[in-house]
Design a protein around this ligand. Structure first.
Ligand code: IVH
Length: 670
């Protein structure tokens, strides 16, 4: 080990880069996680001691930071084009024929590759170092997402080996592996956040997040498939990509060099099935002419290269028999038809049910009783009924008819104006609607009442203890103890949850009420514009629609909700139970303009408020939260563990550091 700490920093960086590559690209770690962590700790300590050695590409900077920054845009050096698609072996063969003709009978080789289903990225390297990462954007220019890209550990920040050009661009696909995708969606389900439909959306959404620490947590990965630049090491794609692999990039081992149409067809037939075993989502294959000279000869159409083609996999499809259609009533009374199917295996999961959405979709598909149905799972995770095999229809089978009456309470359904949906109007007498509203009300993002889940909500309803959300606040522990599975501890938990919900802010109370079309974002806007429930209850549709982003449909929904006597009495009872029915001083905006015109950097960790709350406080007092320290910064709100390089930068520019307490005293004078 070297005694010179500066040399040690360089050695540690090289060593950690090598271990990252072994682990994330080669899947062949040489050292234990513990030993890796120890090397990382040593480097962190040395970097803190020698801030002048700071390097934004050091492996210690891969964790991401909390600093928010919206993205700058940069033009692409070479426009990012897409590929022409083919959907059958025949079409792929036709492309092969066009290439042969275009090259005038010359010999040529083709690479076959996976078409990774993520979001494309362009990386620029200069002198072996990553300088910029840009999204596809509109193909001409994209968002600079370098900080987020740096959190992807399989991407080399500093290249290995040799032979890399001084300047080049490499393109690839940022992906969320299936495992990480499933983990993320489970977590989102638990937090009652909307799920990502597929890993592509998850990867694209994550890459555009403003908080790179969160990006880092989400385990993105990236495969590379295209090298560009004025001086490339080889005259063909395959060798260039193999070289890129040796510099540290993840280049798929599946890439294969082929010389005949037969090989292309075999490649398609093999990967059509085998792709299901891969750890990442793919939506097809890509074939490219290998020689760069021949690529140049073939050239481009306006939209895509003639020297490459995508072969898209057919969505996976299964055929299964319809057992029956159930009609399910949601909390807003909308009746959704659901196909209940003979269980069938599709893309690794057993499908038993699929939504048929509404009456129009049932008629368009022409579904009859016990029909044989096609079920597909394309890029989407949710199975979809895409058609009927009419040959499998039973003699005399009747077309599926939408119910005319509510399957739960028997009330005649009404058609939602201008939509394909049918609704049960019996809001206060229809069990699934009431249960749905109670479940929504107690949910995490609404009143967050612990201890009442789906099962308990149904029991409360069935035993007659609760027939609307206001009844929850009349519950007694002795009543809860009579429910199945309830003991003193669980009863106490519910009582505590109800008590705590009395301080849930006004906007979340509005969201919890199940007002038609009022989701969490609309609820915030409504709360801000009508900071007291009495104001909201007496607002006219015109007054509501005058609020930014509130359209006539939402306005009508709110007016209709409060025009109903039952709803008004529920709200009055909730008010009497002590729920927040107005904006408190704490959450009403703005507080003051005491920070007007001030640029403030937040750094470190805090004990009184979270970082987001401080950001909010700065904005509500007229200030601006900025990401990095510059001459224009007025002061730094400095918490514990502020980074040494920031501290030094602030000192060198003479920018004052304010502690948490000093800051709070400034905005809330005693
Ligand atoms: S080559 C000019 N190779 O598919 C050709 N693209 O539909 C550049 N993609 O924008 C693209 N895997 O995001 C190429 N092995 C692969 C690919 C691939 C996925 C994506 C890429 C591109 C899109 C085109």
């Amino acid at each position: 080990m070297t005694a010179d700490p500066r040399q040690r920093i360089t050695d540690l960086r090289n060593e950690l880069n090598r271990h990252n590559h072994n682990y994330y690209v080669l899947n062949a770690p040489e050292i234990s996680d513990r030993d890796f962590d120890m090397l990382m700790k040593e480097l962190e300590a040395l970097e803190a001691e020698y801030p002048d050695m700071d390097d934004p590409l050091s492996p210690t900077h891969r964790v991401g930071s909390d600093i928010s920054s919206s993205f700058e845009q940069e033009p692409h050096i070479y426009p990012m084009l897409s590929l022409a698609n083919t959907y059958s072996i025949n079409e792929a063969d036709e492309w092969f024929g066009r290439v042969r003709a275009g090259l005038g009978g010359e010999d040529f080789a083709i690479t076959g590759e996976m078409k990774f289903d993520g979001t494309s990225i362009s990386l620029i390297y200069e002198h072996g170092r990553l300088v910029r990462a840009v999204t596809r954007g509109d193909g001409e220019r994209g968002d600079v997402v370098t900080e987020n890209i740096k959190t992807i550990k399989s991407i080399p920040l500093q290249l290995q080996g040799d032979g890399w050009p001084e300047f080049f661009e490499i393109r690839g696909e940022v992906l969320m592996p299936w495992e990480a995708f499933e983990r993320l969606n489970k977590e989102r389900e638990f937090n009652e956040e909307p799920l990502f439909a597929n890993p592509r959306n998850a990867a694209a959404g994550t890459l555009k997040m403003l908080n790179s620490r969160e990006v880092s947590r989400r385990s993105l990965d990236a495969y590379f498939y295209y090298l560009l630049g004025p001086e490339l090491p080889f005259d063909n794609h395959y060798d260039n990509m193999t070289a890129a692999r040796s510099w540290g990039f993840k280049v798929s081992e599946i890439m294969t060099l082929m010389h005949s149409l037969e090989e292309v067809d075999n490649f398609i037939n093999h990967w059509d099935k085998a792709r299901r075993e891969l750890p990442v989502a793919t939506d097809g294959l890509v074939f490219k002419v290998n020689s760069l000279r021949q690529q140049l000869n073939l050239g481009f159409t306006a939209k895509s290269p003639r020297w490459a083609i995508a072969y898209k996999f057919a969505a996976e499809r299964a055929v299964t028999r319809l057992k029956f259609v159930s009609f399910e009533v949601g909390r807003m009374g909308i009746v959704t038809p659901v196909a209940n199917l003979e269980p069938v295996l599709l893309s690794g999961t057993v499908v038993k049910r699929a939504s048929l959405h509404n009456e129009d979709i049932i008629s368009a598909l022409g579904i009859h009783d016990h029909d044989l149905l096609y079920v597909e799972k394309g890029g989407e995770i949710i199975p979809k009924i895409t058609g009927v095999d009419e040959n499998g229809r039973e003699p005399g089978a009747e077309p599926i008819r939408f119910v005319s009456h509510c399957p739960a309470c028997g009330t005649p359904l009404v058609r939602v104006e201008g939509e394909a949906a049918w609704q049960c109007p019996n809001k206060f007498g229809c069990a699934p609607q009431i249960a749905g509203r109670v479940e929504h009300f107690v949910g995490r993002k609404m009143m967050n009442i612990d201890g009442i889940g789906e099962e308990t909500a149904r029991q409360l309803l069935n035993t007659g203890l609760v027939s609307n959300i206001a009844d929850l606040y009349d519950l007694q522990p002795s009543q809860l103890l009579r429910l199945d599975g309830f003991g003193p501890r669980s009863a106490e938990r519910v009582m505590e949850g109800l008590e705590a919900s009395r301080s849930v802010p006004y906007d979340r109370v509005i969201y919890a009420l199940s007002i038609p079309f009022v989701g969490d974002t609309v609820a915030k806007k409504v709360a801000k514009a009508f900071p007291d429930i009495d104001m909201l209850m007496s607002a006219s549709a015109e007054q509501l629609a005058a609020v930014n982003d509130i359209g006539p449909k939402i306005a009508e929904g709110v007016v209709e909700y409060f025009a109903n006597e039952m709803n008004r009495s529920i709200v009055e009872r909730l008010k009497a139970a002590g729920l927040q029915m107005s904006m408190t001083v704490e959450n009403s905006e703005p507080h003051s303009d005491c920070l007007a015109g001030k640029s403030i950097v937040i750094s470190g960790t805090f004990s009184h408020h979270s970082r987001d709350e401080y950001k909010d406080l700065i904005e509500r007092n007229g200030g601006k939260n900025v990401g990095s320290i510059s001459k224009k910064t007025d002061f730094v709100l400095a918490g514990e563990n502020m980074g040494p390089s920031k501290r030094e930068k602030a000192a060198s520019l003479g920018i004052p550091l304010l502690s948490e307490d000093e800051f709070l005293a400034m905005i809330e004078p005693a």
